[in-house]
Design a protein around this ligand. Structure first.
Ligand code: G4P
Length: 527
């Protein structure tokens, strides 16, 4: 197969969900369809069971197993599907956000009873920012839940997406009979014991007025479905693939992952409409996936759990061309050539050494400390990919050295952990205080533990009253200087020396914005 054909058949996406909505179950069913696993439970067994251990231990264990589930690839309908795992934990980390920078599209899973939950809101916000095409899968239709129209409203309001139902449920919970697939005009009837993927009963049905509908689902349900579908077609715009690809409209499907119901419809539609690898903006120019020359960027770094081996795996998203094993590539930031003897790809939960991989794929590179999040590899061109920002953290602690004899180790440990993207470090200008900011509070325990076990350093945290750290810029250098001077108690720099405003409260932040209209406040480091 030519490079062009290989790239055109890649579909790289992430599944986004609040914990417990059914992401693991859906992933597993998709892998079953793709033949990547043979029995249900294969992915699940990797998952952390809810135990009595502390959340912190859970994160540590997750670190161990999530290498295996970081990327799951399989072939389906001539497409090569790459699912990138977006770790979902109630105390999730920036890693999850950042994985979204490496996908071309996203499937959002929503629990029919719980509706749109908090983490989903945050993650979809990142998708919207990047104009990533989004498909929504409403899960657990075998259980009682919210009315379908109410849910669509909620999706539109909370996720700020323009929803377009492409399937519609017939009943719910005990009365759930199946869905009408509006995309393919088929009636798909629900059989609750379909866990291992037996075919569903699918009936071509392009005229809902057909009285056969009444005999299949009963008169009441048939009438209701007719009325609702009519309403959908009146209220929602026709589905146009381009609108979806532009991030303007999000198709919505209904189903029950655990019953393997509606999953095939989702997958069949996905392979038809989801985008192949998309062009990526670099600071220098736009990079097209089909270019002859290889390029890619690191979006995630996974540290070895074993403190005696400080090697790590850097996950590289290939943006253009073909990546080859044992070939010299330019590490743009370091300005030197590197080659990789054992790049791995991920087929389901297995890791394999690969000889070549194409734009859209993700390869794992063993790394002894050369990589930082956002680093670019190329065949020689000086490219810097954009769109791998840091996200404004919401939890803060001041770092104090707990062992004066180990200050070098502490500095090194913090430096490396920040490069891995575990958290962010800010230095407050007025007193040089070192402040660590994270997205989820548990990361502090992880950092403390890893500093001690991997670097022999001791960190003590001091609480610090901070609401948010936002990057600040201005077109007007004098205004910037004035701002930094007037707010000198509350400004600092991030690890790359960019100016950051450290807001103590939502109120002071608003005041700063009101008083300094010439200053722009950014919630990601990519300005
Ligand atoms: P997550 O990865 O998003 O956290 O969710 P996961 O797939 O682990 O699903 C969370 C729970 O929801 C699981 O139950 C799973 O079996 C259940 N579930 C998933 N899809 C459906 C569905 O369509 N209908 C119903 N009724 N339940 C569903 P659990 O009790 O936490 O785990 P398990 O003991 O079943 O493995």
């Amino acid at each position: 197969m030519s490079q062009k054909t290989e790239i055109a058949r890649r579909r790289t996406f992430g599944i986004v969900a609040h914990p417990d909505a059914g992401k693991t179950t859906l992933t597993e069913k998709l892998l079953l369809f793709g033949g990547a696993i043979q029995v249900a439970g294969a992915v699940k067994s990797n998952k952390i069971k809810k135990t009595t251990t502390s959340d912190f231990m859970e994160i540590e264990r997750q670190r161990g197993i999530s290498v295996a589930t970081s990327v799951m690839a399989f072939d389906y309908a001539d497409k090569k599907i790459n699912i990138l795992d977006t770790p979902g934990h109630k105390d999730f980390a920036e890693d999850t956000y950042r994985t979204l920078t490496a996908v071309d599209s996203v499937i959002v899973v929503i629990d029919v009873a719980k509706g749109v939950e908090e983490q989903t809101e945050k993650l979809v916000e990142v998708c919207r920012m990047r104009r990533t095409p989004v498909i929504v899968f409403v899960n657990k239709l075998d259980r009682p839940g919210k009315e379908a129209f109410d849910l669509i409203d909620e999706i539109e309001q909370k996720l700020h997406l323009n929803a377009r139902p492409l399937s519609w449920p017939i009943g719910m919970g005990d009365r759930f009979q199946g869905v009408y697939n509006l995309f393919e005009e088929k009636l798909v009837l629900f059989r609750p014991d379909n866990k291992q993927g037996r075919p569903e009963e699918v009936i071509e049905f392009n005229d809902l007025a057909d009285p056969q509908l009444d005999s299949l689902v009963g008169e009441d349900a048939a009438e209701e479905l007719r009325g609702e579908v009519e309403m959908i077609n009146e209220v929602y715009p026709d589905f146009a693939r381009q609108d979806y690809l532009d991030g303007e409209i999000s198709p919505v499907f209904f189903g029950s992952a655990v019953n393997n119901f509606g999953v095939k419809e989702l997958l069949d539609c996905f392979v038809q409409i989801a985008p192949p690898p998309r062009p990526r903006p670099a600071e220098e120019r736009q990079v097209e996936p089909n270019e002859d020359q290889f390029s890619g960027f690191v979006f995630k770094i996974h540290a070895n759990m074993d403190p005696r081996h400080r090697d790590r795996i850097a996950f590289l998203r290939i943006c253009s061309g073909t990546f080859e094993r044992n070939t010299n590539y330019l590490h743009v930031r370091q300005g030197r050539k590197l080659k990789f003897a054992n790049p791995t790809s991920f087929m389901a939960a297995k890791k394999e050494v690969v000889d070549e991989a194409f734009a859209g794929d993700v390869v794992g590179l063993y790394d002894s400390g050369n990589f930082k999040i956002g680093d670019t590899l190329t065949e020689g061109e000086e490219l810097h990919f954009k769109g791998v920002p840091s996200f404004s953290p919401e939890q803060f602690r001041r770092v104090i050295n707990g062992d004066p004899l180990k200050s070098k180790q502490l500095a090194k440990g913090i430096d490396q952990l920040m490069d891995e993207g575990v958290a962010q470090l800010f230095t407050r200008t007025v007193d040089n205080a070192q402040i660590i900011g994270t997205v989820g509070a548990l990361q502090f325990d992880v950092i403390q533990y890893r500093l001690e076990h991997e670097y022999g350093a001791k960190v003590i945290y001091e609480p610090i009253n901070l609401h948010k750290a936002l990057w600040v810029t201005s077109e007007d250098p004098a205004a910037m200087r004035a701002f930094l001077e007037r707010r000198r108690q509350h400004v600092g720099v991030d690890k790359s020396g960019r100016n950051v405003y450290l807001a103590e409260s939502a109120w002071t932040l608003q005041m700063a914005k009101d008083n300094h209209p010439e200053i722009e406040f950014h919630s990601t480091s990519e300005l």
